[in-house]
Design a protein around this ligand. Structure first.
Ligand code: ARG
Length: 448
């Protein structure tokens, strides 16, 4: 069965059918397709195309199709062009000729927009759930070692001492912005496109606002040509997903380093690491490496849709069928990575003594010393020079800061320097305690 054909003298070649078929992937939207059609039948009744009885018959048949679609045999031998065609064929099989009315004043161009919007909005909420569950694990990990001091790095070199929760909260900020980006993508996704027709607007006076309400949309789209042509609500999601993955990949990289023997102050759980088939001693951070790897994959999805859309003339072009696999892949990989990251965070343990020793052994206190001199009147550039000389002298002799004059002991304690950084956004212990408590409240508000 085709939704078109009258104009053709020959059917499509087997190669073209195989080449253009989308059922294998767009069947993932079957719930959305059926829900949309049930609501659309209501709209058809309101404009007098269907009687109340007919609408009821169609709705009942749709519910049955939805139920049947849960069984794998539902799809056995299906050669329909796409999920929209499959659902209408099943409807015909159930109610006969009455099914011929369901597509009145409707196009697959708007139907595909509707279906993706219905499907994606649920997935955006689910992604936000995964994101906030991961952040909960991160805040727990921060709170487990509230007072731990770790080296903060620039250029992968020990720079200044920071509190462990301060470091975790840096990621909290990144992912909180990602949550906002997801909310924005949701706002643009959750608009109802039906009534747009193929591109020019439907020839039937559907009450679009009522349809929108029934389907749980926040509003309706404003231009029918835009509906057939637009995929940027998907690009918005892909951008949010890519940024989540970007942040996860940086966290993954940090923890791969910190848990290596070279750094050695973070321990990954056995449950998220794997061994080597040859080297008995290995404990490899595969979960984090896979997160880092999947980041590239999701970027690829975003790029692919950008490239598909670039230069497409208005309005719908079949190129746009290439959107869904990339969108689905990005959703799946991003959600899976957030779930994995949550488990990694839950299983991670810090070795506070090792982290502190790394600070103690290096010159992370140099800035604190220079600033102490500046506070007592030495111009900062001179203070910088003085401490620089001290560091040079000490590293030349192979000494640690601790080997210096015991009178300087207070200045040489990494914890002391942090106490001067009680500035909003800084790593001062009181500031960090407040920021952590505030992050916990913010997370409650972020959770969908
Ligand atoms: N499978 C198609 C897609 O995903 C549905 C829309 C078909 N529209 C059309 N004019 N051929 O884009």
């Amino acid at each position: 069965m085709k939704l078109w054909g009258g104009r053709f003298q020959k059917g499509p070649s087997e190669v073209f059918e195989r080449f253009s078929n989308s059922l294998a992937f767009d069947r993932r939207m079957i719930d959305a397709d059926i829900r949309g059609s049930i609501a659309f039948a209501g709209a058809l009744e309101r404009v007098g195309i269907l009687t109340a009885l007919e609408r009821g018959q169609l709705a009942e048949a749709f519910e049955k199709i939805l139920e049947d679609s849960r069984q794998p045999e539902f799809y056995a031998g299906a050669t329909d062009e796409d999920v929209h065609t499959l659902v209408i064929r099943k409807l015909k099989e159930a109610v006969g000729g009455l099914a011929d009315k369901i597509h009145t004043g409707r196009s697959r161009n708007e139907q595909v927009s509707l279906d993706v919007r219905l499907w994606l909005r649920d997935q955006i909420i689910a992604t936000r759930e995964d994101l906030t569950a991961f952040l909960r694990a991160m805040l727990e990990l921060a709170a487990r070692y509230r007072d731990a001091v770790i080296p903060g790095y620039t250029h992968t070199r020990r720079a200044q001492a920071v509190l462990w929760p301060h470091y975790i909260l840096a990621y909290f900020e990144m992912f909180a912005r990602d949550n906002e980006r997801l909310c924005e993508a949701y706002r643009r996704t959750n608009l109802m496109p039906l009534g747009s027709g193929a591109l020019a607007g439907s020839g039937f006076p559907f009450d679009r606002e009522t349809l929108a309400r029934e389907l749980g949309f926040d509003g309706i789209t404003r231009n029918s040509m835009d509906v057939s042509a637009d995929r940027d609500f998907m690009l918005d999601f892909l951008n949010a997903a890519s940024t989540i993955m970007l942040h996860l990949s940086r966290l993954a990289e940090d923890w791969i380093l910190y848990s290596s023997e070279e750094y050695g102050w973070l321990e990954l759980g056995d449950e998220v690491t794997s061994g080597s088939s040859l080297m008995p001693q290995k404990k490899n951070p595969d979960s984090l490496e896979l997160i880092r790897g999947k980041c590239g994959r999701v970027f690829g999805c975003q790029n692919a849709l950008f490239l598909t859309m670039k230069g497409l003339p208005l309005t719908y072009n079949r190129d746009m069928q290439e959107d869904k696999e990339k969108l689905f892949e990005a959703v799946d990989q991003t959600r899976a990575s957030l779930e994995m990251a949550r488990v990694v965070a839950g299983a991670a343990t810090l070795k506070p003594e090792v982290a502190f020793a790394a600070c103690d052994r290096s010159w992370v206190v140099a800035t604190d010393m220079a600033e102490a001199l500046a506070r007592s009147g030495t111009p900062f550039h001179q203070a910088h020079q003085i401490v620089g000389k001290l560091v040079l002298d000490s590293v030349t002799k192979g000494e640690k800061p601790k080997d210096l004059d015991p009178k300087l002991a207070r200045l040489l304690d990494p914890r002391e320097g942090m106490r001067t950084r009680e500035i909003f956004g800084g790593t001062g212990p009181e500031t960090v305690a407040l920021a952590l408590a505030e992050a916990e409240r913010r997370l409650t508000r972020m959770t969908p």
